[in-house]
Each structure stands twice: as C-alpha cells, then as structure tokens.
Design a protein around this ligand. Structure first.
Ligand SMILES: C[S@@+](CC[C@H](N)C(=O)[O-])C[C@H]1O[C@@H](n2cnc3c(N)ncnc32)[C@H](O)[C@@H]1O
Length: 289
C-alpha cells in the first residue's frame, strides 16, 4: 500500500497498448486459458511478497515515509492495527451501504492481519489467505479470535469450495500483481466461491481513457504501453538480482465491468472515496452473485 495518494486513480493507463475496450475483452477471453495454464506454475510476484513478509511485513503493507524497519519511526503493532481499524470503518460504511451479509467472509491477501482483525469482529466466520507464510504468521499472532481460518495459497487458486462464502474482501492486493490478466482471473475464482446473493468488495486501481477507440485511442494508450514495458523489464531485472520490487498495476474500468458481467456478477458498482487515516483516495469495485 503506497502512502497518501492525493489523486483519484483513474489515470490514462493501459496494461497493453492499443486496442478498443471490445478488443481488450476479446483478448482477455483468448488469453484466459493460457494464463490459467501459466498459473499452474508459481506467480513471479510471490517471490518478492514472501521476501517482504520476512524483511518488513508492516511497512510492505503500509509503506508510509519513515515507518520502515530502521526508519525514523517504524510502525509499532499498536499504530499498525489502529490504522486497520480506522480504514476498516471507512471501507465498511461503503460495503454496508451497498449491502453485505455478516455470515462469512474470505479475505484475499490478508497480509499481517491489519484488516483481518476487523473482519473477525464483523463476520461470524473469516477465511484469510495470503502467499506469504510470514505475513500469515504475523496475522495469526495479532488475532485472538478463533473464528479466522488462515491458509497459505499459491496466489491464484483458492482452497474454498464452490458457493461456500457470503462475502469476498481484498485491499491493496490486485495492484501488486504482475499484470491485469492474473487479476481478472481472480474475479472468476471469487464468483465460484461466493454463494448466491453474496457480495464482493475489492480494492483495485482503475483507469479510463477519454477516447478508447480507433487511432486516437491507440495513440493515447501508447505511452502507457511503453511504461508497462519498461516496468516489466525493471521488475524482471530486480528479480534476477534477488532484489525486491513492488509492482503497481492498474485495470481498465470498461473491460473490468464487461468481464464481471461475463463472469455472472450483477449490480457492479465502482466507488472512489478517501480514508480518514491519510486522506488517500481508494477505488473499490462492488458486485453481487
Ligand atoms: C500491500 S499488502 C496488503 C495486506 C492487507 N490486505 C492490508 O491491506 O493490510 C499485499 C498482500 O497481498 C499478498 N499477496 C500478493 N500477491 C498475492 C496473491 N496473488 N494472492 C493473495 N495474496 C497476495 C502479499 O503477500 C501481501 O500480504
């Protein structure tokens, strides 16, 4: 989680340059099966998150200036979990307004349990998953309530059964995946594990081009394509050198809306609101099965 972004994150970004919203949708359909295949192997992004979990789990979750291990004023447990309480109040008021059952919730990417601690107070049963054993360990130590079941996962496949939960929540996770294809596929899994009438609240940085079609659309998207290309090279080089990276992947709003309805989701809503803790604007998607 980056600190205090003071802008609404609907910037002109695109995961791959060129193409219209329709061609992006077709591309996703075409590539879904190959991504599914590729994801049988481990995701590249898992390696750095396992390392972040070992090196500085609290700062990796809330990357505020000076709060890193060895920084001017490193996160204390009290501050870190108080941040979770404050942010959860903001998140929850929106989810309650949209509508959510308190029966059970699956949290994707629970990290050190900043928000899991709050979910445990709100939902009768919580399932929390993450790719980093150290993050899970930290979360387990912070949460006394026995109603949370933790699992270390491979980063895409979910151990929960079909229709087994009434809510899916995630914050500051999909932005750290290597590309939008992996993130999109996660939504299909969310649909599978949700029971009828269940809802999702998922934090996801979004973008939309003013013009999405034809030559103008292609021209507008090309700077972002170059940026993603360079970012992929830089992340690959860091990984080869054994250095940690933190990806920031944005998702095209029109493609996401179409993708979610293709999955079967209904009442798709996007909300952008600031949290009280640092004034940072957060973009969430809500949807119902
Ligand atoms: C920035 S932290 C956010 C933690 C927590 N959601 C919060 O807001 O306090 C991102 C978390 O996502 C986890 N993560 C990264 N890739 C993941 C994936 N593919 N599936 C599930 N969790 C993932 C990381 O290990 C890390 O704990």
């Amino acid at each position: 989680m980056k600190s205090a972004p003071s802008f609404i994150d609907l910037t002109s970004d695109r995961s791959r340059g060129g193409g219209t919203a329709r061609s992006e949708r077709l591309r996703h359909k075409r590539e879904q099966s190959s991504v599914e295949g590729a994801c049988m192997a481990e995701l590249n992004s898992n390696a750095e998150w396992k390392q972040w979990g070992k090196d500085d789990p609290l700062w990796a979750v809330a990357s505020w200036d000076g709060k890193q291990r060895g920084g001017a004023s490193p996160w204390t447990d009290e501050e870190f979990y108080a941040l979770g309480e404050s942010d959860w109040r903001d998140f929850m008021s929106h989810w309650q307004h949209y509508g959510v059952s308190t029966e059970s919730c699956l949290e994707i990417g629970c990290g050190a349990g900043r928000l899991t601690k709050q979910l445990a107070l709100h939902f009768d049963h919580v399932y929390a998953v993450d790719v980093s054993p150290e993050m899970i360990d930290r979360a387990q130590k912070a949460i006394e309530r026995g109603s949370v079941e933790f699992s270390v996962i491979d980063g895409l496949h979910l151990p929960q059964g079909d229709g087994s939960v009434k809510a899916v929540f995630s914050a500051h996770v999909l932005q750290h995946l290597d590309n939008t294809d992996v993130g999109f596929m996660y939504f299909r899994k969310f649909y599978r594990v949700l029971g009828a009438g269940g809802t999702i609240m998922v934090h996801i940085p979004l973008y939309q081009f003013p013009i999405d079609t034809g030559l103008a659309g292609a021209l507008m998207s090309s700077p972002y394509a170059v940026r993603r290309f360079l970012s992929n090279i830089s992340a690959g080089a860091k990984r080869r050198l054994g250095k940690k990276t933190m990806r920031f992947t944005r998702y095209p709003i029109d493609t996401l809306r179409a993708y979610l309805s293709n999955c079967g989701f209904k009442r798709v809503e996007f909300r952008i609101f600031p949290v009280k803790s640092n004034g940072g604007y957060h973009t969430f998607v809500f949807a119902t099965k």
